[in-house]
Design a protein around this ligand. Structure first.
Ligand SMILES: NC(=O)c1ccc[n+]([C@@H]2O[C@H](COP(=O)([O-])OP(=O)(O)OC[C@H]3O[C@@H](n4cnc5c(N)ncnc54)[C@H](O)[C@@H]3O)[C@@H](O)[C@H]2O)c1
Length: 395
């Protein structure tokens, strides 16, 4: 009789916003799923509460203790961006498979000329990819947009059309990130363009990659980028607003950014991200071809449209992430996590861990995202278009 499939044992690092979403997705996996074996956090009392709530078997004192536990097969890094590279490298060296939240990493020092940031970010990416390769462990990049059902439908529709995607327009925006680490370059590695733009950018790079593999037998890669950023809530215009509903007080990061990416098949993607948009989270991507157009409305969408004359009428019922009011016409998300791709992402990673196959969202995609974004930062600082070819190795 064949051995039953191995049930991977996960160690979750961090117990904040995204760790909760991952834990919920692990718990709901179909079939044998995974074992939530250990959790650790900067605050031990939070780790204990998290373990009780999400039925995690053990609480590790700190990251080192979690790595020292031979029962842990894979670590899931749900920690602030500046910890991704050092933690991923240590996890790989300890022989653990690694799931890393977005962005894979970045540049946190912010010293020297703007080219230095791009080089630092690439060095951090390569440290992660090299350690995973050397240890023979799997790197899984938690870009949930790759798995979002509307993006996967766009992929299938364009595959059926057989035509190229000529232009992509994508945006993730809302009224301001909740997390403290996101306010500072030293812990976030950038502002809206990195933290939010990585989602539509990751999806755009993924769609062009799979298009290239299917049509040309090779991935279509980003070739050059132009970027611009602004600090809108620090502007004199914002200071003149009688009452702002936006989060402000960003220490040294942008709250708006945009980039135009040119691919090596002469097609383009326009990516925008902001922490200065009211009306709930805005997650969409439109792909324009010569024989098809597909608009992927992750959030908001019109699956449900509701009206209430006063905000208290819908009580505690969730409407949509970061919406300011439940009054008036709204677009309540029936299952926001599902639409945003988290369950499918965790399902793919669990399958990779139990079968050894590669994930759809991998280290190469993660590296493209980092290189393109820091290319956009360099462009924003210099006013020049940045040629990405010297920085893109196919790993
Ligand atoms: N995919 C998505 O949609 C999405 C959404 C939000 C955040 N994220 C990513 O997830 C990561 C975490 O963001 P968040 O919003 O959950 O932040 P958060 O502030 O809510 O949680 C961060 C967690 O990291 C823990 N932590 C910090 N230092 C630690 C250490 N030394 N050892 C162990 N734990 C430590 C904290 O205790 C906390 O539990 C970020 O990289 C972010 O970009 C992804």
């Amino acid at each position: 009789m064949a051995d039953p499939p191995h049930r991977p044992r996960i160690g979750i690092v961090g117990t904040g916003f995204i760790a909760r979403i991952h834990a919920e997705a692990y718990r709901r996996l179909p079939g044998p799923g995974v074992a939530l074996h250990a959790v650790t956090s900067a605050r031990p009392e939070r780790a204990k509460a998290f373990a009780a709530e999400h039925r995690v078997a053990t609480v590790a004192q700190d990251f080192d203790s979690l790595l020292a536990d031979p029962a842990v097969d894979a670590v899931d890094l749900c920690v602030p961006n500046h910890l991704h590279a050092p933690f991923a490298v240590r996890a790989a060296r300890a022989g653990k498979h690694v799931i890393v939240e977005k962005p894979l990493t970045g540049a946190f020092e912010r010293v020297g000329d703007p080219t230095g940031l791009l080089h630092e970010a690439i060095a951090n990416c390569d440290a992660i990819l090299d350690s995973c390769d050397a240890a023979g462990v799997r790197l899984m990049y938690a870009e949930n947009w790759v798995y979002a059902p509307p993006i996967q439908k766009a992929r299938r529709l364009f595959a059926a059309s057989r035509g190229p995607i000529l232009r992509i327009e994508g945006e993730e925006s809302h009224s301001g990130s909740h997390a403290e680490y996101a306010r500072r370059w030293a812990t976030a590695g950038g502002g809206s363009l990195l933290g939010k733009g990585c989602h539509p950018l990751g999806a755009a790079l993924y769609l062009k990659r799979v298009e290239g593999e299917a049509r040309l037998g090779r991935p279509i890669r980003p070739l050059a980028v132009v970027g611009a950023t602004a600090r809108l809530t620090a502007s004199t215009a914002h200071a003149a607003t009688p009452q702002s509903y936006l989060r402000s007080g960003w220490v040294d990061v942008e709250d708006w950014g945009t980039m135009i990416v040119t691919f090596d098949d002469e097609t383009v993607a326009q990516i925008t991200a902001a922490d200065t948009v009211l009306g709930g989270i805005k997650n969409y991507l439109v792909a324009y071809g010569a024989n098809a157009v597909v608009q992927a409305n992750i959030n908001p969408n019109t699956a449900v449209v509701a009206y209430a004359p006063a905000p208290e009428i819908f009580g505690n019922e969730h409407i949509a992430e970061k919406i300011e009011t439940k009054a008036g016409w709204t677009f309540p998300a029936p299952d926001e996590d599902f639409m945003t791709g988290y369950p499918a992402e965790i399902d793919d990673f669990a399958t990779c861990l139990s079968t050894g196959r590669a994930p759809q969202s991998d280290g190469r995609l993660a590296r493209y995202v980092v290189v393109t974004t820091y290319g956009a930062y360099l462009s924003a600082a210099t006013g020049q278009r940045v040629d990405l070819r010297p920085y893109l190795t196919d790993r």
